[in-house]
Design a protein around this ligand. Structure first.
Ligand code: NAD
Length: 297
């Protein structure tokens, strides 16, 4: 019987744990964790993601504030906002919602953030910590995948893992985290020729290509574990709009040991890990004991 890896359920469990951590620390430090979200421009998908993050913050007791800059905002204006938030002690975390409008250099802006407020784990310093195996804020999506695997007791030691995609947001940190968990990892990407013979050897396949319905029966090994990071809104044959991933879920579900659905798999875990990073920053900034290390390996 195939296991559906339920990210919605685990995200809910993590939220309860975080709520307890906040309730325990609040009387000692007198303020809740604070998250500042910077949104630039009017990308509608970003609007939905930001609103989901705000709702999640309010469920666990994180105080969130959204700073919405116009799509004409310059690099310097965004930089100035980041510096202002770096200096504001009420904010433990700063999130720069991606993607940014064309012409804005996200790399320069991410570097402007204090590494100890980088709740997306995308600052070069924090990516370096991941590379060296030091605890720190972790990229939310791959950290969410690791938590989902661990919660479902899917062991990685000695397993052959293949990651499709090599972005800084997902593919690269995912490969490092799997390697740290003692898997043997191969990364394939858009320039890899005929990757099916590689993915067919995988005990664990993580798909983060950003291509709807890319992966099917011809790419996988039977009884493997498949994690679908992709998320797309598509219109089906009957003109109805629905969400799908990079994986053909209905085709693969009967063939595999475990698989994430879209929606309800990796997506909710990404938001949960943003909360984990924010609460752990708050614990550090306020001198509270650090209790979430098992989620930030
Ligand atoms: P990206 O576009 O930055 O990177 C995609 C990667 O996939 C690239 O490295 C590219 O080389 C590779 N790729 C593209 N087409 C390929 C192909 N045909 N064969 C093999 N490799 C291919 O995207 P990203 O930011 O890494 O995100 C990937 C997907 O995950 C997107 O659909 C995105 O929306 C989704 N995403 C979901 C969450 C979530 O919480 N569920 C979070 C982040 C990203």
């Amino acid at each position: 019987m195939t296991i559906r890896l339920d990210g919605k359920k685990l995200a809910h469990e993590l939220e309860l744990r975080l709520k307890e951590e906040i309730n325990a620390g609040l009387p000692k430090v007198g303020r809740p964790p604070g998250l500042a979200v910077i949104r630039v421009g009017d990308d509608p998908a970003s609007g939905v993601y930001v609103s989901n993050k705000e709702k999640a913050c309010s469920r666990v007791g994180v105080r969130s504030s959204v700073f919405h800059l116009s799509k004409e905002a310059t690099n310097n204006e965004i930089k100035a906002k980041i510096q202002e938030l770096n200096d504001n002690n009420l904010f433990d975390g700063i999130l720069l919602q991606l993607p940014l409008p064309k012409g804005i250099d996200e790399g320069i802006l991410l570097k402007e953030m204090l590494p100890n407020k980088d709740v997306d784990g995308l600052h070069s310093y924090n990516l370096g910590k991941l590379l060296k195996g030091e605890v720190g804020p972790r990229s939310c999506t791959p950290a969410g995948v690791m938590a989902l695997l661990s919660r479902n007791k899917i062991s990685l030691e000695g397993k052959r893992a293949v990651v499709i995609g090599r972005s800084i947001l997902v593919g690269k940190p995912m490969a490092l985290m799997l390697q740290a968990a003692n898997a043997t990892v191969t990364v394939v990407h858009s320039k890899t020729k005929d990757f099916a013979h590689i993915t067919k050897q995988a005990d664990l396949l993580v798909v983060a290509a950003g291509q709807p319905n890319l992966i099917g029966e011809e790419h996988i090994r039977k009884n493997s574990v498949v994690i679908d990071v992709g998320i797309h809104r598509i219109t089906d044959n009957q003109g109805r709009s629905r969400l799908c991933g990079d994986v053909r879920f209905e085709e693969l579900e009967p063939l595999v040991q475990a698989i994430t659905p879209v929606p309800g798999g990796v997506g909710p875990m990404t938001v949960a890990m943003l909360l984990v990073n924010t609460v752990s920053r708050w614990q550090e900034h306020c001198g509270l004991s650090f209790s979430l290390g098992d989620l930030l390996l």
